[in-house]
Design a protein around this ligand. Structure first.
Ligand code: MF3
Ligand code: CO
Length: 246
């Protein structure tokens, strides 16, 4: 995958800023008593009001604007009548399409006071993103990202979800390359300036194995223990990275 032009990157700023601001908007409103469907409505309304399209809606038949994944749900939780309760952790993952390009990001929110384990899991998952992109620049081997993510997760006693990866992004929501959250240092394609990718650690408190429910989307941990997710869309530069959704 060759890098995008500055013109293309300029067009991506807007959908990415909408993703960022929508995640902030949700973070300011999400609370105990709300259903995951109500969270999805917040996302739909915000993205539409921003003049963008919620591009998860209808993607491969996905029925909502956001993935709202509670506790043991790792990713792709379909919003429904599930009521959020104090002590839950909730990942909200969403995409906005504008100017012919997609932006993609996710955060995991704490509902009220959460257990020490969940609190650490959310914090370490965010840290895994920043560890993953540490030192990243044009020329870095792609799998250094996963190597760093996994190292940080495991040093903290957690495990990395293997079944899902980050990805390139642009005119399509998912472009090459896949960006795994595990990997051998010094391997994989060399990142090049202008490449736009989503780095998205999904980290489990217990075992990394997942299963998908009969709805064909909802991925849950096999052991039922909680998982968290944190994602940003980033641009690779000659001398570092630029985070578009933060
Ligand atoms: N935002 C997700 C990602 O990181 C896409 C979720 S799948 C969808 O790739 F169907 F909801 F779009
Ligand atoms: Co993504």
């Amino acid at each position: 995958m060759i890098g995008k032009s500055e013109e293309e990157i300029a067009l991506m700023r807007e959908p990415c800023a909408i993703v960022r601001d929508c995640l902030t908007h949700v973070g300011e409103r999400i609370r105990a008593g709300m259903t995951t469907k109500e969270v999805d409505t917040l996302v739909y309304d915000y993205i539409r009001a921003s003049g963008a399209v919620p591009s998860c809606l209808g993607y491969c038949g996905y029925p909502a604007s956001a993935c709202v994944s509670v506790n043991e749900v790792v990713v792709h939780g379909i919003p429904d009548g599930r009521v959020l309760r104090e002590g839950d952790i909730v990942s909200v993952d969403l995409c906005a399409y504008k100017n012919g390009f997609h932006g993609d990001g996710a955060r995991t929110f704490r509902i009220g006071a959460v257990s020490e384990e969940k609190d650490k899991l959310v914090r370490v998952t965010e840290e895994c993103f920043f560890k993953g992109i540490e030192g990243l620049r044009a020329g870095t081997p792609l799998y250094d990202i996963g190597y760093r993510v996994r190292k940080h997760a495991e040093e903290n006693g957690f495990s990395v979800i293997r079944a899902y990866t980050g990805h390139g992004i642009g005119r399509e929501m998912h472009e090459d390359p896949a960006v795994p959250n595990t990997g051998r240092k010094g391997t994989g394609i060399r990142l090049s300036a202008g490449m736009v990718i989503c780095v998205e650690p999904m980290i489990a408190a217990g075992d990394w194995r997942v299963r998908v429910l009969d709805d064909g989307w909802t991925a849950v941990t096999l052991d039922g223990r909680p998982a968290a997710h944190y994602e940003n869309t980033i641009v690779i530069r000659e001398d570092g990275v630029e985070i578009l959704t933060l």
